[in-house]
Design a protein around this ligand. Structure first.
Ligand code: GLC
Ligand code: CA
Length: 557
């Protein structure tokens, strides 16, 4: 990699808050349950603000809390401008925002523009109105193939497995790139466009500081009468002209959103969830567009010095190209938690460096019998977290990672909820294992999650990770997160990063500013810190030697 030093545009203390924020993702149904019905809710979030404040996060991002049949954990939205009654009311939302703001914590809400729920009034209307109707024009309806139209229009597959088309009663088919209950919207429709502008205004007016944009690389599509086959689609490059994904014209949509974001003071922010070629990510992150984009490279990397270093170099280059700051993610609601990933055998990579399988997928499928090194995984997770929290840009944390939670494998089939499980029997166990309700206390019917049961069952070992227990132990991972975020806040200035030579392939070292350097040992061997003052470390540093698989923040002597 060529670049040795990264100096992104001068960032001063009055840089926009999102450039180097710590954002904490709340998955509302699994965070805290205020009324004991087993479902986490907005009042639950409000009741646990002390935890978020002690953690020191700059913002909370809430996964969808809108009315939803829950066919995809709430990413199937039936009403974009309301709160699911099981999770509370708009008043509860206002109170939550007020309380978070009073603690200096910003609020980011999730917006799901590629598809609605099948229970959305528009889709209900489309079904009733029949073929050729204006109501069907808001979605993507087609006639089936085969002599009697009884076959799907194409052989396209949904991301959750099975056909991407579903037939309705009068024989037409609709496109759903995700679950059956998530019909794709037609973004050629002016009504669709206008409605999302209204949604953005609605939440911005109610105090939302920003938006996380779900599958931001979909939305616009170019589908003529003759549709390509799956094989034809797969042969097409993702260069802005693909009929289904990452099209250049999606940025026309985001330009109109940006105009709305900028009507507010301070401007509302947005972060794109866009699974696209790295070279196309700056389009999403640009100041004329959404402003920031997730980078999932660290989340996909093994705990490996070369991979981590390359990921950082590459993403800082990309950020410099868009003028945005980079983002860093180790865990979220869609992947196996990182202490577990780092405790499993490395699954191998394709020639172009992509992971062969979703890391942890085979372990889940084995029912957890594949060997998992829980302690080693936890140790590497501590090191990776301190590494990532020291990088220029924003860190997105997922609820429970501050507790060092492992993925839960012990979920009986009849309790599972994720559509990816049901659509891929024997192939994909799905994402429920990172969506189990948080343990707040070591006892109680749902470990302090609420006074009732936990939605997805909590295994017994979760009690050891309870917030109250970790709070009492100054060496716990929770204290490491708290200390790191507090120290980061004190140390952060600009967005510089300078690599330092270590003479070792398995040790990575970089300097930030004002004497703040970061060292990570990715191998088992220790590394002599040469008398540097240790500001914070993921493991004790006896005699000035950082042990293997550890990170230290130091001030060089
Ligand atoms: C995003 C969400 C995921 C959801 C999908 C469809 O990838 O993170 O949870 O299933 O979009 O909305
Ligand atoms: Ca509840």
């Amino acid at each position: 990699m060529s670049s040795v030093e990264h100096v992104t545009p001068a960032v001063t203390e009055d840089a926009p808050w999102w450039r180097q924020a710590v954002v904490y993702q709340v998955y509302p149904r699994a965070f805290a349950d205020s009324n004991g019905d087993g479902i986490g809710d907005l009042r639950g979030v409000t009741s646990r603000i002390e935890h978020l404040a002690r953690l020191g996060v700059d913002a909370v991002w809430l996964s969808p809390f809108y009315p939803s049949p829950l066919e995809d954990g709430g990413y199937d939205v039936a009403d974009y401008r309301d709160v699911d009654p099981r999770l509370g009311t708009l008043t509860d939302f206002d109170e939550m925002v007020g309380a978070l703001h009073a603690h200096g914590i910003k609020v980011v809400v999730d917006i799901v523009p590629n598809h609605t729920s099948a229970a959305h009034p528009w889709f209900v209307e489309a079904l009733a109105a029949g073929r050729g109707s204006a109501a069907r024009e808001r979605y993507i309806f087609r006639e089936g193939s085969g002599v009697d139209g009884s076959q799907p229009p194409t052989d396209w597959e949904s991301h959750f497995g099975g056909s991407a088309w579903e037939r309705v009663a009068d024989g037409q088919w609709y496109l759903h790139n995700f679950a059956v209950g998530q019909p794709d919207l037609n973004w050629h429709s002016e009504e669709v466009r206008a409605d999302f502008i209204e949604t953005i205004r609605f939440w911005s007016d109610r105090g939302a500081d920003g938006f996380r944009v779900d599958v931001a690389h979909y939305l616009t599509k170019d589908l003529g009468e003759v549709l390509p086959s799956k094989a034809e689609l797969e042969a097409l490059p993702w260069d802005g002209t693909h009929p289904l994904a990452d099209r250049d014209d999606v940025h026309e949509v985001y330009a109109t959103w940006r105009a709305v974001f900028d009507e507010y003071d301070p401007p509302r922010t947005a972060v794109a969830e866009a699974w696209v070629d790295a070279d196309r990510l700056p389009l999403y992150a640009s100041a004329e567009g959404l402003g920031q984009a997730f980078n999932f490279d660290l989340l996909e990397a093994d705990f490996d010095a070369t991979q981590f270093r390359d990921v950082v170099t590459h993403n800082l280059d990309l950020a410099a190209r868009s003028g945005s700051s980079s983002t860093w993610v180790l865990s979220n609601h869609d992947v196996v938690r990182h202490p577990t990933r780092y405790g499993l055998a490395v699954p191998g990579r394709t020639d172009d460096g992509r992971p062969l399988v979703k890391h942890g997928a085979t372990w889940l499928l084995s029912g957890g019998t594949e060997p998992l090194d829980r302690e080693g995984g936890a140790r590497r997770a501590r090191a990776a977290t301190l590494f990532a929290l020291a990088l220029p840009g924003s860190m997105y944390l997922y609820q429970g990672e501050e507790l060092g939670l492992h993925e839960v494998v012990e979920i009986p089939d009849d309790r599972r909820e994720d559509p990816t499980f049901f659509r891929n029997p024997g192939v994909d166990v799905g994402r429920d294992g990172c969506r189990v309700p948080l343990p707040w206390t070591p006892d109680g019917s749902s470990l302090g999650f609420g006074s009732g049961p936990a939605g997805l069952p909590q295994p017994g070992w979760m009690a050891d990770y309870a917030v109250s227990r970790l709070e009492e132990d100054p060496t716990s991972i929770l204290h490491l997160y708290q200390d790191a975020i507090a120290l980061r806040r004190r140390l952060l200035r600009g967005e510089e990063l300078t690599w330092r030579a270590t003479g070792r392939d398995d040790v990575v070292r970089f300097a930030r500013h004002e004497g703040w350097e970061v060292v990570t040992t990715f191998g088992r061997e220790g590394y002599d810190l040469d008398g540097a003052e240790v500001l914070l470390s993921s493991m004790p540093v006896p005699d000035g030697v950082l042990p293997g698989e550890a990170t230290a923040w130091v001030r060089p002597s």
